[in-house]
Design a protein around this ligand. Structure first.
Ligand SMILES: [Zn+2]
Length: 451
């Protein structure tokens, strides 16, 4: 991937660089740049989190309505998402929303056996009187209240008849509530989010849900099929939101996703991993200067929260601009399925849904406990082979040696030292690095907003 092959329309970042530099530069887009380019976090002012700013107005007609391109509306079949089902569309080669090495149809309720035995809260509130839900119209289908289904989204950029619709999982609860959207694999090589969405959604009971959950496990299906972060035109989809109808391939895919699905959401969690040989402690990237977003982060349990204002074109930024409360959830590294990271993501999303009044879990785990961080990257000063002395999640002191870069030719060894006291919330796995490579992401605990 990311070869410097000839292209009539090179991606803007690829100008006159060698292939390796392109990879390094693109790799920094998501994991490094959105932190380093962030505006400073503003000190929370009293009461600022209690009263979210008025969001940009969305026309009422844009929510729960059909796009003009989809005039025919049919009632979506009610599907138990736990059942193994055929692909949603007639096309023969639709990818199932799971990677090939994952077991499908597994009863995931057994997951909880691994967790500590929880206590039933004797003070659990009485169930409030629930308002019945309405149908959700999405992608030309009407999803009735109290049902779940699989739909298909097709950005319409492929040759007719060869198009591969992207599966969209929908659970429309029996009771009214907000619409939470979950997106995975916007970068096609980031697998943990696919599994986080599968487990979260297949565990939902539409009869007991208040609100709607819409999950797109694999947004970048072409990238996923080639184990590539990018689109077929080598662009980073997460730099093209909200997209445009008449722009590049990436613009059009972004536009189609944004118009047909994202605009129906009240809240969005876009799930990513570290890019290209970097790994992340499960963490949120959130613009803590946005009161609604800051309040939203408080629902995620046991999650590091890192302030980031993001970069233009990111799905998170475009969605927030459209009035949708959005965070990025980072978990682990690309190309891998990591059980520990997936567990953390699923747990945190369940905590969020409970906090939003969408589900009531049988077990009470206590209040969610996100931990807020300010953060900075420590870079390698020399090229060579990186060997880390610390692990992800370790607590470190200022000046402590985090790892070495060894020059394989001169045998010189260059230590990399921590810039501050803190915790390793992201790091490069051992690899060949060049000078300037962002190797360690150090988080220092910050004030909890509104306290
Ligand atoms: Zn990503």
């Amino acid at each position: 991937m990311a070869q410097t092959t000839e292209s009539q329309e090179p991606a803007p970042v690829a100008k006159s660089k060698t292939g390796s530099v392109i990879v390094a530069e693109l790799a920094e887009d998501e994991s490094v740049e959105d932190i380093e380019q962030s505006e400073p976090r503003k000190a929370p002012s009293a009461g600022s989190t209690a009263e979210p700013e008025p969001e940009l107005e969305r026309p009422a007609s844009s929510r729960g309505t059909d796009t003009p391109d989809n005039p025919a509306k049919k009632v979506a079949p009610n599907i138990d998402l736990k059942e193994v089902a055929p692909p949603p569309a007639p096309e023969p080669q639709v990818a199932a929303p799971a990677t090939p090495d994952m077991v499908t149809g597994e009863d995931l309720t057994g997951q909880s056996e691994l967790e500590p035995v929880p206590e039933v809260d004797p003070e659990a509130p009485e169930e409030a009187v629930q308002e019945p839900a309405t149908s959700l119209t999405l992608l030309g289908n009407e999803v009735l209240p109290g049902t779940s289904t699989r739909l298909a989204w097709s950005p319409g950029i492929q040759i007719a008849g060869l198009s591969q619709p992207t599966p969209v999982l929908v659970v429309n609860g029996a009771n009214a509530g907000p619409t939470l959207c979950l997106t995975g694999a916007v970068h096609g090589d980031e697998l943990n989010g696919i599994e986080i969405i599968r487990r979260t959604m297949y565990d939902l009971d539409p009869e007991k849900l208040s609100g709607r959950v819409v999950g797109i496990p694999i947004v970048n299906l072409p990238g996923f099929q080639q184990a590539s972060r990018y689109l077929p035109d080598r662009r980073d989809l997460n730099r093209h939101f909200p997209g445009s109808e008449n722009g590049s391939l990436a613009d059009r895919i972004a536009y189609s996703l944004f118009e047909n699905i994202i605009k129906h959401c009240d809240m969005l969690v876009d799930i990513h991993t570290g890019s290209l040989k970097r790994t992340n402690l499960p963490q949120l990237r959130a613009d803590m200067n946005n009161p609604a977003v800051a309040e939203f982060t408080r629902g995620f349990d046991r999650m590091a929260v890192v302030h980031s204002t993001g970069s233009p074109g990111m799905l998170r930024n475009a969605a927030v601009d459209a009035g949708i409360t959005t965070v990025t959830l980072e978990a682990g590294e690309s190309h891998r399925i990591q059980e520990h990271q997936i567990d953390a993501g699923v747990n945190s999303l369940n905590s969020l849904m409970e906090k939003q009044g969408m589900i009531s879990r049988m077990f009470v785990w206590g209040d969610p406990e996100p931990v807020y961080y300010d953060s900075a990257w420590v870079r390698a000063e020399y090229g060579g082979i990186l060997f880390s002395s610390i692990d992800l999640g370790d607590r470190v002191s200022k000046g402590e040696i985090l790892g070495y870069v060894a020059d394989p030719i001169t045998n010189a060894q260059y230590p990399i030292r921590s810039s501050s006291d803190g915790r390793i919330i992201g790091m490069a796995v051992d690899q060949v690095v060049m000078a300037g490579f962002a190797a360690y992401h150090i988080g220092t605990e910050a004030e909890v907003p509104g306290e």
